[in-house]
Design a protein around this ligand. Structure first.
Ligand code: MG
Length: 230
């Protein structure tokens, strides 16, 4: 008998296949805005975008840049790398990306099978640092909303993971005790250290099996391993 009653999931890169969905949307934008005609190579574009985007997300998590700066500057910086200094174009790509990427439906392997199993035994919730208006669209479009009771976003909590306040807020909102709760996520800092900080057990979702030295309650490479644990 598991001691857990509440399972909190991260959304991006844990259930919703952010990288795949992102790449599909970027490929559409690349065509639509004719970036090849500006001398930009698709593979180099996407490579550069990942680097810039990761840096901006890191800054955003730390409160160093705003949502708007993140949305537009990541494309402005990426374009500038190819000597295209065009903020208006960056804004158009940024708007296209934010509008269409949440409609993508790729989720990680075994997501639905695992959530179906877990839903019959536990109360499931989401804790996400993504933008409020975007995260709800993702949950609906990819058919994930049906599994979750509470959806806690950093915008409605007022702080982002790993801030303990968002975890405490999530516990309160879902009427959960920390000892009977489990956090599942792909980000060691935001999800795992954040949960640990408030005394919550954690599952590190590490699909690529990247090496790490963090002590975690559980580590999995495929979501279906949760069925064996829970
Ligand atoms: Mg994540």
């Amino acid at each position: 008998m598991s001691k857990y009653k509440h399972i909190f999931f991260d959304l991006d890169h844990t259930l919703w296949d952010f990288a795949k969905n992102s790449k599909e949307t970027l490929s559409e934008a690349f065509e639509l805005f004719s970036l090849a005609s500006l001398g930009i190579n698709w593979n180099e574009f996407i490579h550069e975008y990942w680097i810039v985007n990761d840096a901006f997300w890191d800054d955003y998590r730390k409160g160093r840049v705003t949502k708007e700066e993140l949305r537009y500057n990541r494309f402005h910086f990426t374009l500038k790398h190819f000597d295209v200094d065009n903020f208006e174009l960056a804004t158009s790509i940024g708007d296209y990306y934010v509008k269409y990427s949440p409609h993508k439906q790729n989720v990680f392997p075994n997501t639905h099978e695992t959530l179906n199993y877990l839903k019959s035994k536990y109360k499931l919730h989401i804790i996400t640092n993504g933008f409020e208006e975007v995260q709800y669209i993702k949950l609906e479009k990819s058919n994930l909303a049906q599994y979750f009771e509470e959806v806690i976003t950093s915008e409605n909590a007022g702080v982002k993971k790993p801030d303990p306040k968002i975890f405490n807020y999530a516990l309160e909102l879902s009427n959960a005790e920390v000892q009977e709760s489990l956090m599942i996520g792909d980000n060691l800092e935001a999800d795992i250290l954040g949960a640990k900080e408030v005394g919550m057990d954690q599952v590190f979702f590490n699909p690529d099996g990247l090496p790490n030295n963090e002590e975690v309650t559980f580590e999995i490479q495929n979501l279906k391993e949760l069925i064996g644990i829970l």
